[in-house]
Write a protein that binds this ligand. Structure first.
Ligand SMILES: C[S@@+](CC[C@H](N)C(=O)[O-])C[C@H]1O[C@@H](n2cnc3c(N)ncnc32)[C@H](O)[C@@H]1O
Length: 452
């Protein structure tokens, strides 16, 4: 059942089209997934790749099994098909400075990273601590090297990153009307006043966002709701408040233009994109792309520019432990800016000043210094395609590994091994004699489903 007031609202807005629109809520939704272009042979997955999602380079219709190696090794991300168009519209270029402001659980972040090809800086932020942790796990799984993950409010980020980003995605918290079919729980919050309350929060978020966008940069705004208050009316407000212009989004069959008449009539609004579930094989979504005019940075007086950043140096001992590991285990030893935080070693793609911010991960985790040894991070393993010392696991060994068990092997060497299964890097192990010690992260252990 749809919430009271919802049906009447859309009957009024959509007229004759309301009937098929409302009827679509009775149908089953669509499942989708994206393959990961950051991995070698991204197509090498045990999934059907015959039904691509239109306009998305790496998106397909179908369901992912979270207990199989394709998921564990970060070859796939399960994502609702309409949501994939947001990343496709944002399409950052390698080398850009990109902010994904409302990023958890990471559907768009992982998509943006695919475009960036490990080059430039991707700051993925999430305000809710628990969700930020899930975001970090997905970034890790996807093997993303150039991401910094923060757990901040937009206002606090805006103080640090004045006019800094080339591209910002605001996948805004919204009334979620487009998810009523996929997630019936989303209906419970809806009242006729809810969209206006969400719109107020969206304007607050966007006010901070604009301070962080460089002149000439692009803002991508998206919601998973149909409500004009949170969609066209937000874009109309942005166009009134700031020197922004709409970059029209190309449409394919089943995709609809934004409705200027649902806001202030500004014809530019027709360049935004709507996805309706009765016209497109996916859930409800709205997205817009806006360009900030060249000129001064939009910023409040009290904000500070990013300062030159001196990363905390490694001690001599740390340097030698890291170099010993890198020399024997890594194909390259150039990892951007190295920094140590509480005995953990990270590589930052660009030197970024994060002092005072709640940081979940300041760059790619490389490992941890423990007494007189270095223990490599799981995240590092998932970025590697090969290592001088590596072992192809049998199915039985893989099952044991992701379950957290040791296993025996007759491999000849000793010490760290990059473990691989079905040609995918799945983690690190450490060989002593014939026993491979398990370094699969405790919190991620699972019972693998290896039945094909
Ligand atoms: C639509 S979801 C993001 C989905 C994500 N982009 C993805 O593709 O996986 C919106 C996010 O905004 C966060 N959020 C809620 N209130 C916020 C606020 N005031 N400022 C910034 N983010 C907020 C929510 O916790 C939520 O994770």
């Amino acid at each position: 059942m749809l919430p009271e007031g919802f049906t009447e609202k859309y009957q009024q807005l959509l007229g004759a089209e309301a009937e098929p629109f409302l009827a679509s809520f009775q149908n089953q939704g669509y499942k989708g997934f994206r393959i990961n272009p950051l991995k070698p042979n991204p197509q090498a997955v045990n999934l059907d790749l015959t039904q691509p999602v239109p306009m998305t380079q790496w998106g397909y219709y179908g369901a992912v099994n979270g207990r199989q190696v394709d998921h564990q090794a970060g070859y796939v991300y399960s994502q609702e098909p309409s949501a994939m168009l947001v990343g496709a519209v944002a399409a950052p270029k390698p080398g850009e400075r990109v902010l994904d402001l409302c990023a958890a659980p990471g559907g768009k972040t992982t998509h943006l990273a695919g475009f960036m090809q490990q080059q430039g800086l991707l700051v993925a932020n999430e305000i809710m601590p628990k969700r930020a942790k899930i975001l970090a796990e997905n970034v890790e799984r996807f093997g993303i090297e150039n991401a910094v993950i923060t757990n901040e409010t937009p206002a606090r980020l805006a103080k640090k990153f004045v006019g800094y980003f080339d591209r910002i995605l605001v996948d805004a918290p919204c009334s979620g009307e487009g998810m009523f079919r996929k997630d019936p729980g989303a209906k419970q919050y809806w009242t006729p006043d809810y969209p206006a309350a969400c719109a107020q929060r969206q304007r607050e978020i966007l006010t901070e966002t604009l301070k962080m966008l460089r002149p000439g940069g692009e803002l991508i705004y998206s919601t998973c709701t149909f409500s004009p208050e949170e969609d066209e009316q937000i874009i109309a407000w942005l166009l009134q408040q700031y020197p922004l212009s709409v970059v029209p989004i190309a449409r394919q069959a089943g995709m609809s233009a934004g409705r200027p008449e649902w806001a202030d009539g500004n014809p530019e609004l027709a360049g935004t994109l709507r996805l309706f579930p009765h016209l497109f094989n996916g859930e409800g979504h709205f997205m817009a792309k806006l360009r900030l005019a060249d000129g001064p940075v939009v910023a409040a007086n009290k904000t500070k520019k990013q300062r030159k950043h001196a990363a905390p140096a490694l001690t001599k001992e740390q340097q030698s432990l890291w170099q010993d590991f890198a020399k024997t285990m890594l194909p390259t030893t150039s990892f951007g800016h190295l920094l140590v935080h509480r005995d953990h070693l990270f590589a930052q793609p660009l030197a970024v000043e994060l002092k005072g911010l709640k940081v979940v991960r300041p760059g790619l985790p490389l490992g941890e210094f423990k007494r007189n040894r270095f223990e490599p991070a799981y995240a590092l393993a998932l970025t590697l395609t090969a290592a001088p010392q590596q072992l192809d696991l049998t199915t039985a060994q893989y099952v044991k590994y992701v379950h957290g068990e040791t296993f025996t092997t007759d491999a000849a060497g000793k010490g760290w091994y990059l473990l691989r299964y079905q040609n995918k890097s799945v983690g690190f192990g450490k060989l002593t004699g014939t026993t491979m010690k398990n370094f699969f992260p405790k919190g991620l252990r699972f019972v693998a489903d290896v039945a094909e």
